[in-house]
Design a protein around this ligand. Structure first.
Ligand code: VPM
Length: 187
């Protein structure tokens, strides 16, 4: 498992649901086909209205002019109930396809959390404090999983993260199927 994750953050708000993360109209793409997997990255977060994104003064797009598929952001900062709504596994797939390696939120909808872990798509990390009001989109941060710490290099702030806990063996295996094979639950 990657112990250190570095990059720019994209800040969202509360109750970001899976339909905002990847609207149903894009579920026709097959993530197993590389040319179609890219489209999940292109349309990731296209359903989030700027006001709900909690973005400061107007809308900062998730993608910039350099790449229509991969976002310049590597970490999402979320509030309460991140990934709520439908159970679509396409939600963590879309964020991962856009280049997101981790989400740091106050707490998650359970299905989104487990889809993220079981598929090995991204790390759903919980923060001990509400960070959407403390960090701005574009800030450069480092997440140290082992130390349970998020360092904001733009502001100098450091924030405690909750340990990933019992799901670490699944993350380290790269997902639930690899884990099940590793421990003999699957041939
Ligand atoms: C099966 C899937 C496409 C689903 O209908 C499942 C769900 O609604 O939980 C969705 O819209 O995410």
């Amino acid at each position: 498992m990657e112990n250190i994750i570095k990059g720019k953050v994209f800040v969202l708000g509360d109750n970001i649901d899976t339909d905002q993360i990847i609207p149903a109209e894009y579920l026709t793409y097959n993530p197993a086909i590389p040319a179609e997997y890219k489209m999940f990255g292109k349309f990731a977060l296209c359903g989030v209205p700027p006001a709900q994104a909690g973005l400061p003064k107007g809308h900062i797009p998730f993608h910039d002019a350099t790449d229509e598929f991969i976002s310049p952001y590597r970490i999402i900062i979320g509030g309460k109930n991140f990934g709520c709504g439908s159970s679509r596994e396409h939600a963590p797939i879309a964020l991962a396809a856009a280049g997101i390696q981790a989400v740091v939120a106050e707490f998650y909808a359970r299905i989104f959390y487990r889809n993220s872990i079981n598929g090995g798509y991204l790390l759903p990390i919980e923060s001990k404090k509400r960070l959407v009001d403390e960090i701005c989109t574009g800030d450069e941060v480092t997440i140290d999983i082992g130390a349970g710490l998020l360092t904001n290099h733009t502001t100098g702030d450091k924030w405690e993260l909750a340990p990933l806990g019992e799901v670490v063996p699944i993350i380290e295996s790269g997902g639930i199927f690899n884990y099940a094979k590793k421990v003999g639950m699957l041939k």
